[in-house]
Ligand binder design. Structure first.
Ligand code: PHB
Length: 362
């Protein structure tokens, strides 16, 4: 029986154990959205994870949606991340970067020249984002023209190259949680006609082009993707047929030979089996269709994580909030030691407190 503490491989990435640190927005980037010394220490402390998936990081200035999130589009950002990856590697860890474009979940005050956020649609969700003025409703978006989409694909490609130049072991493309790529995939959001709207194959076209471009740039075996088929995060309705949509996506991606799929099961940070879901989502069907590395996330504890890996239903388990509060989560799970409680009010923004001051076991 496989345990959480056995090594595994996801594509070219060798993991010492099956405990993954999920990507977590912490809003502590410095001027120029550059990760600073506190961020180096934060990830270094967590390097015993089999794999760290570093926080969502904007691929371009237009891809940002919240205050003080890091980027991977400037030389200063690449240099800042290099210090992070060096520290994690020196501590024996592995780290990939999550590549992010928020699409319509943004605010004009965060975007170059006060520009409107861009999306598949010009319709605004009833969602909020975090700016210098605190939480505010997101701004009205502008629908991207088809002839702008090659530029978006190229931003992902260049960001992936920058991530490798910064020393990351690979990247995870963020296609979850109703950010830009989901805004194209879901028929509840995408109201386009033409090659990127309408049929499932049209709605997945952008994310497939992104995955092909990133895989061609840095190698499929160090490229992963994160999905959340049934989340309604950011006030976004589910697709009318998530099983068909995300099933088809995984089927189209399978021949690329990607390193992994990272699956959020249920509502992001919420119930694994939402009460309003007409029928349970069949994640296992997608795992079978994909055939590659499979990471699962959302609300796992020691027992449920052990059971999932033992059953062969996942190669690795991603933990979010437990990793914020427990830099030595791997040891605590191995020893069945108690976990530090999360100080939720210190998750977003601020400095060292609630970031690098959670104690490890003696
Ligand atoms: C957030 O900043 O709140 C956030 C970012 C990325 C996610 C989810 C939430 O996937």
């Amino acid at each position: 029986m496989t345990t959480l503490f056995e090594p595994t491989r996801l594509g070219d990435i060798a993991l010492a154990n099956r405990i993954v640190m999920a990507p977590l927005t912490r809003n502590r980037a410095q001027a120029g959205n550059v990760p600073g010394p506190l961020t180096v220490e934060y990830y270094r402390q967590r390097a015993s994870a089999g794999l760290i998936i570093a926080e969502a990081t904007q691929i371009s200035p237009m891809a940002q949606g919240y205050l003080d999130t890091p980027g991977i589009h400037s030389a200063e950002q690449v240099a800042g991340w290099r210090k992070v990856t060096d520290a994690v590697h020196a501590a024996g860890g592995r780290i990939v970067l999550q590549l992010w474009h928020v699409g319509r979940i943004s605010h004009t005050s965060l975007l170059p020249g006060g520009a409107a956020p861009v999306s598949s649609t010009a319709r605004r969700p009833n969602a909020q984002t975090y700016t210098k003025e605190g939480f505010v409703p997101v701004s009205e978006p502008r629908a991207l023209r088809d002839d702008e989409l090659p530029g978006i694909v190229d931003d992902y490609r260049r960001a992936a190259r920058n991530a490798i130049d910064a020393g990351f072991d690979g990247v995870e493309v963020h296609a979850a949680n109703n950010y830009l790529l989901d805004q194209f995939m879901r028929d509840s959001v995408n109201d386009r006609s033409g090659p990127y709207g309408g049929s499932i194959d049209n709605r997945i076209r952008l994310v497939v082009e992104v995955m092909q471009a990133v895989a061609a740039e840095i190698g499929a075996a160090r490229t992963g993707i994160r999905l959340s088929p049934i989340t309604t995060f950011s006030d976004t309705a589910r697709d009318s047929n998530p099983q068909a949509l995300y099933g088809r996506l995984v089927e189209v991606l399978a021949p690329l030979g990607l390193a992994f799929v990272h699956m959020i099961e249920g509502e992001t940070g919420g119930p694994r089996e939402p009460a309003d879901l007409a029928q349970p989502f069949d994640y296992d069907a997608l795992k079978k269709a994909f055939g590659g590395g499979w990471i699962v996330n959302n609300g796992f504890d020691r027992a449920s994580a052990e059971a999932k890996v033992a059953a062969g239903a996942a190669d690795a388990i991603a933990f979010g909030k437990p990793f914020i509060a427990n830099p030595d989560l791997v040891r605590r799970l191995r020893e069945n030691a108690p976990l530090n409680p999360l100080r939720a009010e210190l998750m977003y923004g601020g400095g060292a407190e609630g970031y690098i001051d959670y104690p490890a076991l003696a």
